[in-house]
Ligand binder design. Structure first.
Ligand SMILES: Nc1nc2c(c(CN[C@H]3C=C[C@H](O)[C@@H]3O)cn2[C@@H]2O[C@H](COP(=O)(O)O)[C@@H](O)[C@H]2O)c(=O)[nH]1
Length: 346
Protein backbone atom coordinates (compact mmCIF):
# COMPACT_ATOMS: atom_id res chain seq x y z
CA UNK A 1 0.00 0.00 0.00
CA UNK A 2 1.82 3.12 -1.14
CA UNK A 3 -0.19 5.87 0.46
CA UNK A 4 2.58 8.36 0.91
CA UNK A 5 2.65 11.88 -0.39
CA UNK A 6 5.46 11.41 -2.90
CA UNK A 7 7.03 14.83 -2.53
CA UNK A 8 7.81 14.36 1.17
CA UNK A 9 11.25 12.84 1.79
CA UNK A 10 11.11 9.92 4.28
CA UNK A 11 12.95 10.47 7.59
CA UNK A 12 16.12 8.59 6.58
CA UNK A 13 16.51 10.49 3.30
CA UNK A 14 15.59 13.72 5.10
CA UNK A 15 18.28 13.11 7.71
CA UNK A 16 20.93 12.40 5.06
CA UNK A 17 20.07 15.62 3.17
CA UNK A 18 20.15 17.69 6.38
CA UNK A 19 23.40 16.13 7.63
CA UNK A 20 25.06 16.87 4.26
CA UNK A 21 24.00 20.53 4.38
CA UNK A 22 24.08 21.31 8.09
CA UNK A 23 25.92 24.48 9.15
CA UNK A 24 25.62 24.59 12.95
CA UNK A 25 25.49 20.89 13.85
CA UNK A 26 28.30 18.46 13.03
CA UNK A 27 28.49 14.66 13.21
CA UNK A 28 31.77 13.11 14.45
CA UNK A 29 32.72 9.56 13.36
CA UNK A 30 34.81 8.95 16.49
CA UNK A 31 31.77 9.65 18.69
CA UNK A 32 29.65 7.44 16.45
CA UNK A 33 32.20 4.66 16.88
CA UNK A 34 32.18 5.10 20.67
CA UNK A 35 28.42 4.51 20.82
CA UNK A 36 28.68 1.59 18.39
CA UNK A 37 31.23 -0.03 20.72
CA UNK A 38 28.81 0.46 23.64
CA UNK A 39 25.99 -1.20 21.67
CA UNK A 40 28.30 -4.04 20.62
CA UNK A 41 29.12 -4.62 24.31
CA UNK A 42 25.38 -4.61 25.10
CA UNK A 43 24.85 -7.18 22.35
CA UNK A 44 27.67 -9.38 23.66
CA UNK A 45 26.39 -9.19 27.28
CA UNK A 46 22.75 -9.18 26.14
CA UNK A 47 22.13 -6.25 28.52
CA UNK A 48 19.97 -4.23 26.13
CA UNK A 49 17.51 -6.01 23.86
CA UNK A 50 14.01 -6.27 22.51
CA UNK A 51 12.66 -7.41 25.90
CA UNK A 52 14.05 -4.30 27.68
CA UNK A 53 11.03 -2.18 26.71
CA UNK A 54 8.85 -4.29 29.03
CA UNK A 55 11.30 -5.64 31.56
CA UNK A 56 13.06 -2.33 32.27
CA UNK A 57 9.99 -0.07 32.54
CA UNK A 58 7.26 -0.87 35.06
CA UNK A 59 4.86 1.69 33.55
CA UNK A 60 4.87 0.09 30.10
CA UNK A 61 2.13 -2.51 29.59
CA UNK A 62 3.20 -5.97 30.69
CA UNK A 63 0.42 -7.74 28.74
CA UNK A 64 0.67 -8.51 25.02
CA UNK A 65 -2.96 -8.15 23.96
CA UNK A 66 -5.19 -5.54 22.33
CA UNK A 67 -5.40 -3.51 25.55
CA UNK A 68 -1.60 -3.08 25.36
CA UNK A 69 -1.92 -1.89 21.76
CA UNK A 70 -4.59 0.64 22.76
CA UNK A 71 -2.35 1.85 25.60
CA UNK A 72 0.61 2.36 23.24
CA UNK A 73 -1.51 4.28 20.74
CA UNK A 74 -2.86 6.71 23.36
CA UNK A 75 0.55 7.00 25.05
CA UNK A 76 2.26 7.95 21.78
CA UNK A 77 -0.57 10.24 20.65
CA UNK A 78 0.26 12.51 23.61
CA UNK A 79 3.98 11.68 23.73
CA UNK A 80 5.31 15.24 23.38
CA UNK A 81 6.67 18.30 25.15
CA UNK A 82 7.23 17.34 28.78
CA UNK A 83 10.14 19.62 29.53
CA UNK A 84 9.66 22.35 32.15
CA UNK A 85 10.46 26.04 31.65
CA UNK A 86 12.10 25.91 35.08
CA UNK A 87 13.90 22.66 36.00
CA UNK A 88 12.95 23.17 39.64
CA UNK A 89 9.22 23.41 38.77
CA UNK A 90 8.47 20.10 37.12
CA UNK A 91 5.16 18.47 36.27
CA UNK A 92 5.10 15.38 38.54
CA UNK A 93 2.80 12.39 39.00
CA UNK A 94 2.86 10.05 42.00
CA UNK A 95 1.79 6.49 41.17
CA UNK A 96 2.16 3.22 43.07
CA UNK A 97 4.40 4.92 45.65
CA UNK A 98 6.83 6.39 43.11
CA UNK A 99 7.13 9.90 41.64
CA UNK A 100 7.55 10.38 37.90
CA UNK A 101 8.54 13.35 35.74
CA UNK A 102 8.81 13.97 31.98
CA UNK A 103 7.54 11.30 29.61
CA UNK A 104 7.09 8.86 32.49
CA UNK A 105 4.77 11.28 34.29
CA UNK A 106 2.39 11.05 31.34
CA UNK A 107 2.54 7.23 31.48
CA UNK A 108 1.92 7.35 35.24
CA UNK A 109 -1.13 9.60 34.72
CA UNK A 110 -2.39 7.20 32.04
CA UNK A 111 -2.04 4.21 34.37
CA UNK A 112 -3.56 6.15 37.29
CA UNK A 113 -6.65 6.86 35.15
CA UNK A 114 -6.99 3.19 34.17
CA UNK A 115 -6.62 2.17 37.82
CA UNK A 116 -9.50 4.60 38.59
CA UNK A 117 -11.63 2.90 35.90
CA UNK A 118 -11.40 5.85 33.51
CA UNK A 119 -11.60 4.47 29.95
CA UNK A 120 -8.76 6.66 28.68
CA UNK A 121 -7.65 4.06 26.09
CA UNK A 122 -11.13 3.69 24.56
CA UNK A 123 -11.69 5.80 21.41
CA UNK A 124 -15.38 6.15 22.29
CA UNK A 125 -14.24 7.93 25.46
CA UNK A 126 -11.44 10.14 24.20
CA UNK A 127 -13.05 11.16 20.87
CA UNK A 128 -15.25 13.52 22.89
CA UNK A 129 -13.07 14.18 25.91
CA UNK A 130 -13.45 17.63 27.45
CA UNK A 131 -10.57 19.82 28.57
CA UNK A 132 -11.93 19.58 32.12
CA UNK A 133 -11.86 15.77 32.04
CA UNK A 134 -8.36 15.56 30.55
CA UNK A 135 -7.12 18.15 33.07
CA UNK A 136 -8.47 15.87 35.80
CA UNK A 137 -6.72 12.82 34.32
CA UNK A 138 -3.44 14.74 33.97
CA UNK A 139 -3.75 16.50 37.33
CA UNK A 140 -0.24 17.25 38.57
CA UNK A 141 1.08 16.20 41.99
CA UNK A 142 3.26 19.32 41.96
CA UNK A 143 2.33 22.97 41.41
CA UNK A 144 3.26 22.69 37.72
CA UNK A 145 0.59 21.52 35.24
CA UNK A 146 1.43 19.49 32.14
CA UNK A 147 2.41 21.73 29.20
CA UNK A 148 0.09 22.18 26.17
CA UNK A 149 -3.12 20.88 27.78
CA UNK A 150 -5.38 22.45 25.12
CA UNK A 151 -3.30 20.94 22.32
CA UNK A 152 -3.44 17.56 24.04
CA UNK A 153 -7.25 17.70 24.14
CA UNK A 154 -7.42 18.59 20.42
CA UNK A 155 -4.91 15.89 19.43
CA UNK A 156 -6.65 13.21 21.48
CA UNK A 157 -10.13 14.08 20.18
CA UNK A 158 -8.85 14.07 16.58
CA UNK A 159 -7.26 10.63 17.03
CA UNK A 160 -10.44 9.24 18.61
CA UNK A 161 -12.69 10.60 15.87
CA UNK A 162 -10.47 9.17 13.09
CA UNK A 163 -10.42 5.77 14.79
CA UNK A 164 -14.24 5.78 15.11
CA UNK A 165 -14.85 7.04 11.56
CA UNK A 166 -12.30 4.92 9.71
CA UNK A 167 -11.30 1.97 11.89
CA UNK A 168 -14.38 1.00 13.94
CA UNK A 169 -12.75 2.61 16.95
CA UNK A 170 -9.93 0.02 17.08
CA UNK A 171 -6.27 0.85 16.44
CA UNK A 172 -5.82 -2.89 15.86
CA UNK A 173 -7.59 -2.35 12.52
CA UNK A 174 -4.83 0.08 11.52
CA UNK A 175 -2.21 -2.54 12.37
CA UNK A 176 -4.11 -5.24 10.45
CA UNK A 177 -4.34 -2.97 7.36
CA UNK A 178 -0.54 -2.88 7.08
CA UNK A 179 0.33 -6.52 6.36
CA UNK A 180 3.19 -6.51 8.89
CA UNK A 181 4.96 -3.59 7.19
CA UNK A 182 6.36 -0.89 9.51
CA UNK A 183 6.53 1.57 6.60
CA UNK A 184 2.89 0.94 5.66
CA UNK A 185 1.76 1.52 9.25
CA UNK A 186 3.93 4.66 9.41
CA UNK A 187 2.33 6.00 6.22
CA UNK A 188 -1.19 5.12 7.34
CA UNK A 189 -0.66 6.95 10.63
CA UNK A 190 0.74 10.15 9.07
CA UNK A 191 -1.95 10.07 6.34
CA UNK A 192 -4.95 9.56 8.65
CA UNK A 193 -3.83 11.18 11.93
CA UNK A 194 -2.70 14.77 11.12
CA UNK A 195 -1.16 15.38 14.55
CA UNK A 196 1.52 12.80 13.65
CA UNK A 197 2.51 14.70 10.46
CA UNK A 198 5.92 15.89 11.74
CA UNK A 199 7.40 17.57 8.64
CA UNK A 200 9.29 20.75 7.70
CA UNK A 201 10.57 22.73 4.71
CA UNK A 202 14.32 22.62 4.21
CA UNK A 203 16.30 24.04 1.28
CA UNK A 204 13.24 23.89 -1.00
CA UNK A 205 12.42 20.30 -0.07
CA UNK A 206 9.72 18.85 2.21
CA UNK A 207 11.49 16.77 4.87
CA UNK A 208 9.99 14.54 7.55
CA UNK A 209 10.98 13.31 11.01
CA UNK A 210 7.72 11.54 11.95
CA UNK A 211 8.97 11.15 15.50
CA UNK A 212 5.68 10.08 17.12
CA UNK A 213 4.63 7.91 14.18
CA UNK A 214 7.95 6.08 14.23
CA UNK A 215 8.04 5.65 18.01
CA UNK A 216 4.45 4.35 17.81
CA UNK A 217 5.52 1.61 15.37
CA UNK A 218 8.63 0.92 17.46
CA UNK A 219 6.70 0.74 20.74
CA UNK A 220 4.28 -1.78 19.19
CA UNK A 221 7.24 -3.84 17.91
CA UNK A 222 8.89 -3.70 21.37
CA UNK A 223 5.70 -4.29 23.37
CA UNK A 224 4.96 -7.48 21.39
CA UNK A 225 8.68 -8.37 21.08
CA UNK A 226 8.48 -8.54 17.28
CA UNK A 227 5.65 -11.10 17.32
CA UNK A 228 1.85 -11.01 16.93
CA UNK A 229 0.67 -7.41 16.42
CA UNK A 230 4.35 -6.35 16.68
CA UNK A 231 5.66 -8.43 13.78
CA UNK A 232 7.10 -6.14 11.06
CA UNK A 233 9.32 -7.53 8.26
CA UNK A 234 10.84 -4.08 7.65
CA UNK A 235 11.24 -2.83 11.24
CA UNK A 236 14.93 -1.99 10.63
CA UNK A 237 13.81 0.83 8.26
CA UNK A 238 12.48 2.80 11.24
CA UNK A 239 14.94 5.53 12.28
CA UNK A 240 15.74 7.00 15.69
CA UNK A 241 12.98 9.27 17.05
CA UNK A 242 14.02 12.93 16.78
CA UNK A 243 13.09 14.28 20.22
CA UNK A 244 14.86 16.83 22.44
CA UNK A 245 16.76 14.27 24.57
CA UNK A 246 18.71 12.02 22.17
CA UNK A 247 20.74 15.00 20.84
CA UNK A 248 22.00 15.50 24.43
CA UNK A 249 23.12 11.86 24.60
CA UNK A 250 24.75 11.99 21.16
CA UNK A 251 26.57 15.18 22.21
CA UNK A 252 27.67 13.52 25.47
CA UNK A 253 29.34 10.69 23.51
CA UNK A 254 30.96 13.14 21.09
CA UNK A 255 28.89 12.05 18.10
CA UNK A 256 27.40 15.54 17.67
CA UNK A 257 28.81 19.03 18.16
CA UNK A 258 27.23 22.50 17.90
CA UNK A 259 28.67 25.74 16.54
CA UNK A 260 29.51 28.50 19.00
CA UNK A 261 26.45 30.48 17.86
CA UNK A 262 24.11 27.55 18.35
CA UNK A 263 25.63 26.71 21.75
CA UNK A 264 25.14 30.33 22.83
CA UNK A 265 21.51 30.18 21.65
CA UNK A 266 20.83 26.94 23.53
CA UNK A 267 22.58 28.08 26.71
CA UNK A 268 20.49 31.27 26.66
CA UNK A 269 17.49 28.89 26.84
CA UNK A 270 15.88 30.71 23.93
CA UNK A 271 12.71 29.20 22.47
CA UNK A 272 12.79 27.81 18.95
CA UNK A 273 9.87 27.75 16.52
CA UNK A 274 8.83 24.65 14.60
CA UNK A 275 10.76 24.65 11.34
CA UNK A 276 13.70 26.81 12.52
CA UNK A 277 16.92 25.83 10.73
CA UNK A 278 18.59 25.16 14.07
CA UNK A 279 15.79 22.74 15.00
CA UNK A 280 15.91 20.95 11.63
CA UNK A 281 19.70 20.58 11.81
CA UNK A 282 19.65 19.23 15.38
CA UNK A 283 16.88 16.72 14.59
CA UNK A 284 18.20 15.70 11.15
CA UNK A 285 21.81 15.26 12.27
CA UNK A 286 20.63 13.27 15.32
CA UNK A 287 18.76 10.84 13.08
CA UNK A 288 21.69 10.54 10.68
CA UNK A 289 24.26 10.09 13.46
CA UNK A 290 22.12 7.27 14.90
CA UNK A 291 21.86 5.64 11.46
CA UNK A 292 25.68 5.75 11.31
CA UNK A 293 25.84 4.16 14.78
CA UNK A 294 23.47 1.39 13.64
CA UNK A 295 25.63 0.70 10.57
CA UNK A 296 28.86 0.59 12.64
CA UNK A 297 27.26 -1.63 15.28
CA UNK A 298 26.01 -4.07 12.65
CA UNK A 299 29.52 -4.26 11.17
CA UNK A 300 30.93 -5.17 14.62
CA UNK A 301 28.19 -7.77 15.22
CA UNK A 302 28.58 -9.32 11.77
CA UNK A 303 32.27 -10.02 12.53
CA UNK A 304 31.33 -11.90 15.70
CA UNK A 305 29.92 -15.35 14.85
CA UNK A 306 28.60 -15.78 18.42
CA UNK A 307 26.20 -12.86 17.82
CA UNK A 308 24.65 -13.95 14.55
CA UNK A 309 21.03 -13.91 15.80
CA UNK A 310 21.27 -10.64 17.76
CA UNK A 311 18.59 -8.01 17.01
CA UNK A 312 20.20 -4.58 16.54
CA UNK A 313 18.68 -1.51 14.90
CA UNK A 314 18.17 2.24 15.30
CA UNK A 315 15.23 1.63 17.63
CA UNK A 316 17.28 -0.25 20.23
CA UNK A 317 20.12 2.28 19.91
CA UNK A 318 17.60 5.09 20.41
CA UNK A 319 16.09 3.43 23.48
CA UNK A 320 19.58 2.82 24.91
CA UNK A 321 20.57 6.48 24.40
CA UNK A 322 17.25 7.75 25.75
CA UNK A 323 17.48 5.62 28.88
CA UNK A 324 21.17 6.56 29.25
CA UNK A 325 20.32 10.28 29.14
CA UNK A 326 17.51 9.79 31.63
CA UNK A 327 19.85 7.90 33.99
CA UNK A 328 22.55 10.61 33.65
CA UNK A 329 20.20 13.63 33.62
CA UNK A 330 21.96 15.46 36.48
CA UNK A 331 25.42 15.04 34.97
CA UNK A 332 24.22 16.17 31.51
CA UNK A 333 21.92 18.97 32.51
CA UNK A 334 24.67 21.36 33.47
CA UNK A 335 26.73 21.12 30.33
CA UNK A 336 24.58 19.82 27.50
CA UNK A 337 21.58 22.05 26.80
CA UNK A 338 18.54 20.76 24.91
CA UNK A 339 16.61 22.77 22.34
CA UNK A 340 13.45 24.34 23.70
CA UNK A 341 10.36 24.16 21.54
CA UNK A 342 6.70 23.79 22.38
CA UNK A 343 5.01 21.59 19.77
CA UNK A 344 2.81 18.53 19.44
CA UNK A 345 5.38 16.53 17.47
CA UNK A 346 7.94 15.48 20.12
N1 LIG B 1 13.98 9.35 21.02
C1 LIG B 1 13.15 8.98 22.00
N2 LIG B 1 12.34 9.91 22.54
C2 LIG B 1 11.52 9.49 23.54
C3 LIG B 1 11.47 8.17 24.01
C4 LIG B 1 10.47 8.16 25.03
C5 LIG B 1 10.01 7.03 25.87
N3 LIG B 1 10.53 5.77 25.50
C6 LIG B 1 10.80 4.89 26.59
C7 LIG B 1 9.89 3.77 26.60
C8 LIG B 1 10.52 2.64 26.25
C9 LIG B 1 11.89 2.92 25.84
O1 LIG B 1 12.77 1.95 26.32
C10 LIG B 1 12.16 4.25 26.46
O2 LIG B 1 12.67 4.05 27.75
C11 LIG B 1 9.99 9.44 25.15
N4 LIG B 1 10.63 10.21 24.25
C12 LIG B 1 10.59 11.66 24.06
O3 LIG B 1 11.50 12.20 25.01
C13 LIG B 1 11.01 13.48 25.45
C14 LIG B 1 10.70 13.38 26.93
O4 LIG B 1 11.93 13.30 27.63
P1 LIG B 1 11.91 13.68 29.22
O5 LIG B 1 11.41 15.13 29.27
O6 LIG B 1 13.35 13.49 29.65
O7 LIG B 1 10.93 12.69 29.85
C15 LIG B 1 9.76 13.76 24.63
O8 LIG B 1 10.13 14.37 23.40
C16 LIG B 1 9.27 12.34 24.33
O9 LIG B 1 8.44 12.30 23.18
C17 LIG B 1 12.34 7.22 23.42
O10 LIG B 1 12.38 6.02 23.75
N5 LIG B 1 13.16 7.68 22.42
Amino acid sequence: MDTRDSNVLLPRESAKLIANNSKDVKIHPEGVKKIANHMYECAKKNTYNLQSWRTEHELNPQSQDESALDWVFVADTLNFSFWSDDESQKYRIKFNGKEYTGYWSWCAALNRALKNDVNITDANFYANITEKKLAEILKSDSDTPIPLLEERVAVLREAGKVLLEKYEGKFLNCVKACNKSAQSLLQLVVRDFPSYRDEADYQGKRVSFYKRAQILVADIWACFEGKSYGEFHDIDTITMFADYRIPQALYHFGALSYSEELMKYLNAEKMMQTGDRYEIEIRGCSIWATEMVAEKTRELIEKDASLKDVVMNSILIDHYLWDFRRDHAEEMRDNIPFHRIRCIYY
